[in-house]
Design a protein around this ligand. Sequence first.
Ligand SMILES: O=C(CO)COP(=O)(O)O
Length: 258
Amino acid sequence: MSDRTPLMAGNWKMNLNHLEAIAHVQKLAFALAEKDYEAVEVAVLPPFTDLRSVQTLVDGDKLKIKYGAQDISAHDSGAYTGEISGPMLSKLKCTYVAIGHSERRQYHAETDEICNGKVKAAFRNDLTPILCVGEGLDIRKAGQQVPYTLAQLDGALEDVPAEQAETIVIAYEPVWAIGTGEVATPEDAQEVCGAIRGRLAELYSQELADKVRIQYGGSVKSGNVAAIMAQPDVDGALIGGAALDADEFVKIVRFRDQ
Ligand SMILES: O=C(CO)COP(=O)(O)O
């Protein structure tokens, strides 16, 4: 068992307005106990428009729930209509920012180069990137999931120094398992998460690789989380649909009880 603290993060995607966000975080705060936060780091990634409301609640009640954004601009300010900058997110005391989620890669044509710019913007602004990588079904069928995912990792980490890379979170999310109910087997998750850790050791050092948390994402639920978390290189989960149900999310946080 590693000494990496598991990170359970709820990616709300484009769900829950700011009033619903407040109600949801209040439910989580009510259900979660001190011992949960000691065992697991708990985070939510709401839409941008909810972040101020979540910050006010977390700050006001000194909650231990962390929060962050689902995307970030590669630029810190300027004429970039519709974008949200790193300084804006760190001013709202965000801890995390998801970068390169497959839905952003697919619908917004985000390349590894764009992700690299966003990873650097996050670090420049004291935000921890949750870098999402993972293959589509065609790649999986061709048995190319490891080289494909490692190439995404290499691209997003280009010129990122070790002192920054050691704090990054990597989320391995096979695209074919997202929102489909088709969860990867624990062995599938371990194969790629283990390869990611191996590549971090090659790019940086084994010591650094041993510090980095690697999450699995894709149809995680209370019923399958324990088996996935039992894998040696899986240090948490990035949860989509199941994170919108507070009771279910709390059960996932308590994966050791499942
Ligand atoms: O994309 C995901 C989290 O970022 C996973 O989504 P689901 O848990 O809904 O499959």
